[in-house]
Design a protein around this ligand. Sequence first.
Ligand SMILES: *Cc1c(COP(=O)(O)O)cnc(C)c1O
Length: 224
Amino acid sequence: MTPAEDIALNLAHIRERIAEATARANRPAGSVTLVAVSKTHPAEAVAAALAAGQTVFGENRVQEATGKFPSLRPAWPALRLHIIGALQTNKARDAVRIAEVIESLDRPRLAAALAEAMAKEGRRPDCLIQVNVGEEPQKAGIPPGECDAFLRTCREEHGLPVRGLMCIPPAEGDPRRHFDWLAGCAAKHGLPVVSMGMSGDFEAAIACGATHVRVGSAIFGVRG
Ligand SMILES: *Cc1c(COP(=O)(O)O)cnc(C)c1O
């Protein structure tokens, strides 16, 4: 099999697993969006996924995304790019320029930088607040206890288009209580987007209410 055939097959398999998990959770078909995480993989891998019908992609570095995506857009106008990784404030403007969704809004200074960048660019990508659900010191994200206040700051002080929440639960242990917490917090605030679940745990995330799952290695292979 060629690498492109591999990607197409993996995508078909992941879509099937998403459809099954969605049905098992008694949720409507099509209510979960697959974000294909293409970080570290070349533009050819993204093109192969596009050819196989995938339109939504996730990248964790703005610079890498800038090198890959703009040249694909003319041929694939439906393409939607999500920035899912730690975003430096000095990259906020580039992120606003190239992304449809910024999933890693994780601190007040970044909220201010994104608001300024959106005003300058005249472009308003959706924002998701990243929550450090396991309160792990090495991970980015707003502590769960500060999520309500931070959401208020983002909306009222900065006028940001916050559409949902995102998390990466601890690698060890059952992620479901973290997934439940994130979905509950989003519901409490009327936020429609809940981004959670990766290659190893997206079915559990769907059972807990994920609207977006971010799957990388199960589609594109293990990162080098
Ligand atoms: C890399 C990454 C993913 C995808 O992880 P896989 O285990 O390869 O599916 C999802 N979310 C974020 C934030 C990532 O950085």
